[in-house]
Design a protein around this ligand. Structure first.
Ligand code: MG
Length: 163
């Protein structure tokens, strides 16, 4: 059966913890003794969502769009990058129907920040916060997330051709 225009996208990202960095997830600055390392603000959740959107429009990835060798993106607010990716999705003729995400982090506890993350991401993409889910899990002390060496995030998106 022909696909009438639905597209799915999957995004995954990892950033390592580093001292003297802020921890920013979904645009929320979360109090913690260490933050994530990266060329931009290292918002691993925003990066996973952006890559899922780009995957769905076969648009490459954020590393290609916003290279970490480009000084323009040093310290960049990843919500601004995500907003540009969402605009690109619409330019390609797709609307964002639904998004779900999971952050894997042993610490800190992220559930108190979940609603703020959803609202920030939704605002950046100009979608309703009802259409984005954010969950967090520990990895039961297993793997790099469990050893508190870094945080990973995954996102899936569903797009539909709109015009
Ligand atoms: Mg990244």
């Amino acid at each position: 059966m022909p696909n009438k225009g639905l597209r799915i996208g999957l995004g995954f990202d990892v950033h390592a913890f580093a001292k003297d960095r802020k921890l920013i997830l979904g645009g929320v600055e979360i109090p913690h003794y260490q933050g994530l390392d990266g060329h931009s603000d290292a918002d691993v959740l925003a990066h996973a969502v952006a890559d899922a959107l780009l995957g769905a429009i076969r648009g490459g990835d954020i590393g290609k769009l916003f290279p970490d060798t480009d000084p323009a993106y040093k310290g960049a607010d990843s919500l601004v990058l995500l907003s540009a990716v969402a605009d690109l999705v619409r330019e390609r003729g797709y609307e964002i129907l639904d998004i779900d995400c999971v952050i894997s982090a042993q610490a800190p506890k992220l559930s108190p920040h979940r609603e703020a993350m959803r609202e920030n991401l939704a605002r950046a993409m100009k979608i309703d916060a009802e259409n984005i889910g954010v969950k967090a899990t520990t990895t039961e002390h297993l793997g790099f997330e469990g050893r508190e060496e870094g945080i990973s995030a995954e996102a899936v998106v569903l797009l539909d051709r709109c015009c």
